[in-house]
Design a protein around this ligand. Structure first.
Ligand code: VGL
Ligand code: ZN
Length: 207
């Protein structure tokens, strides 16, 4: 599958049980991704990677609690518990993730005032991470996406993959969701409208 890259989104300690922003069952994707990744020549791992005073943290906004929404200069932002602080244990990849041939680890969300769910574009919808160029320069036309969380970073990455002209397929059983106020259903709806395809591991792995 030389023109298909695998994007492994945010399989980090803080998104797994015991972490600061634990996604239910988040750790369960690890063995599935370990089985999937050897089937791809090009694998990208992403890490949510925020400064300690990041604007997406509720702790930075007086009178706001985690999971409330606040209007920011770039649009509405869900405020999160402090998570994935650059260099901290919570930002580390899950220790059992075993993808030694991954050639790019892309860190996103490093600008204090703007979040970046997507691995392609920050939440201002203008600032690029450079992933589109990395993929294009390797001849990649299609991305398969897995990881955490389905309804935030996976979905935004899949939508932006389409925006940049890639085919995009979410491997749904290798993802887990936060599901905040219907966010999971909304994410699947938006992805379907944008032409993101859905697959399962069984569609991809040889029997
Ligand atoms: C994510 C919320 C905040 C994710 C990252 O990886 O889906 N969600 N930061
Ligand atoms: Zn984050």
């Amino acid at each position: 599958m030389t023109t298909v890259a695998l994007l492994v989104v945010d399989v980090q300690q803080d998104f797994c049980p015991g972490g600061a922003l634990a996604v239910p069952g988040g750790h369960e994707v690890v063995p599935l991704i370990n089985a999937l990744a050897p089937h791809y020549r090009d694998v990208v791992l992403t890490q949510d990677w925020h400064p300690a005073d990041h604007a997406s943290f509720a702790s930075q906004h007086d009178g706001h609690a985690p999971f409330q929404t606040k209007a920011m200069h770039y649009g509405d932002q869900v405020l999160w518990p402090d998570h994935c602080v650059a260099g901290g244990d919570g930002a580390a990849l899950h220790p059992d993730l075993d993808v030694p041939h991954a050639q790019l680890i892309l860190r996103k969300g490093g600008h204090r005032d703007v979040d970046s769910y997507s691995a392609f574009l920050e939440a201002d919808r203008v600032t690029r991470t450079g992933l589109d160029g990395w993929l294009t320069s390797r001849g990649i036309k299609h991305v398969h996406i897995c990881g955490l969380a389905t309804d935030f970073c996976v979905a935004w990455t899949a939508l932006d993959a389409r925006r940049f002209g890639f085919e995009a397929t979410v491997i749904e059983d290798a993802c887990r969701a936060i599901d905040l106020d219907g966010s999971l259903a909304a994410a699947w709806k938006a992805m379907a409208a944008a032409g993101v395809r859905r697959a399962t591991l069984a569609d991809i792995l040889p029997p």
